[in-house]
Design a protein around this ligand. Structure first.
Ligand code: ZN
Length: 338
């Protein structure tokens, strides 16, 4: 059945009901030939193909759809679906992809993505890639947005989460600015990792609770002697001694099975290094302090003995449970090291 459009012919200016004829043609889209059945209203008076905007739009949409199929570019409705599947608003989606929000809106409404943007959108079909983009651009989003998208993406992954990757990112996420609470040093993931690799290869039976104390003495001694902590960790008072703030997260981030691992031993887990430490980033004084804290830790027969010793620290005794231990207590540290 033939359809008609009511239009004014742009050649003979007659007001006509023009029948639509379907013509199979090849057109070039970004230099690539695309063959489709296009619709043209034909003027019954003069035979002209009438330039009728809604029909031209439909033809354009058809050739773009064909082009996207041939180039494997997500169609507009797929872009909307991908974005919603990962729990992104248009603004968050744009931020995660490093593109303008106007681009996202145009692509969702049928504009052809640039080659670079097409590549990004295609990759977003893989939830692992979506997570990588999200974590890499997390600072542009609110923490609620990040959490919502992360849980949506992990739902798409069906439980097969690559935690090694997430953990490294978490450690970077913990990085903080220098402040009195961090002993005036900003926490850097690489420096902390290298420190723990050294401790794990030089302290005997480095149980996870023992690591907390060794780090505490290292940081507080460094603050006392050099005016700045060693790693930039904050410490809180826990029932059994001082512990780095968010230490479960920190330990999970560090023991990713690459540089460091956790090994079941006796009634607990010890931290072991999987490679020699690289001390290139430390000064001679810092290396001396690292060696000294290991020697100090090794004078205790057991992890419990070191724990008992730490309970005599003024900073631990005077700080309420769960509160941050002020670095000013370093002045009264019981380990003198020199
Ligand atoms: Zn005409």
């Amino acid at each position: 059945m033939v359809e008609f459009v009511h239009a004014i012919c742009d050649a003979c200016y007659a007001e006509v009901d023009a029948p639509i004829s379907i013509v199979r043609e090849s057109v070039a889209v970004r230099g690539m030939p695309v063959t489709e059945d296009f619709e043209y209203p034909i003027c019954p008076e003069c035979g002209n193909r009438i330039g009728h905007a809604p029909t031209m739009d439909r033809n354009l949409e058809k050739q773009y759809r064909r082009y996207r199929d041939l180039r494997d570019i997500p169609q507009p409705e797929e872009i909307v679906a991908l974005r919603k599947r990962y729990g992104f608003t248009q603004r968050a989606f744009a931020a995660v992809l490093d593109m303008g929000i106007a681009s996202v809106q145009r692509y969702e409404h049928g504009a052809l993505p640039t080659a670079a943007h097409a590549h990004l959108l295609r990759n977003m079909r893989d939830p692992r890639y979506a997570r990588e983009r999200l974590l890499g651009n997390r600072k542009k989003l609110g923490s609620d947005e990040v959490d919502k998208a992360l849980s949506a993406i992990e739902g798409c992954l069906g439980g097969s989460v690559d935690y090694a990757f997430v953990r490294i990112e978490l450690l970077d996420g913990m990085a903080s600015c220098a402040s009195p609470e961090t002993g005036m040093r900003s926490l850097e993931a690489a420096r902390l990792r290298e420190t723990v690799v050294f401790l794990a290869s030089h302290v005997r039976d480095l149980y996870r609770t023992k690591l907390n104390k060794v780090l505490f003495y290292l940081d507080f001694a460094s603050f006392r002697d050099a005016g700045v902590s060693f790693t930039g960790l904050k410490y809180a008072k826990a029932e059994f001694g001082p512990v780095p703030d968010q230490y479960e997260l920190m330990l999970a981030a560090l023991t990713d099975g690459v540089d460091l691992s956790l090994l079941e031993q006796g009634e607990g887990q010890v931290v072991v290094s999987n490679r020699p430490s690289d001390l290139a980033g430390f000064s001679a004084d810092e290396i001396e302090l690292l060696k000294a804290v290991c020697a100090f830790a090794n004078t205790f027969a057991s992890s419990a003995d070191l724990s008992h010793f730490s309970h005599g620290e003024t900073g631990w005794l005077e700080t309420p449970l769960g509160q941050i231990i002020d670095y000013s207590y370093a002045a009264s540290l019981r380990w003198k090291c020199k």
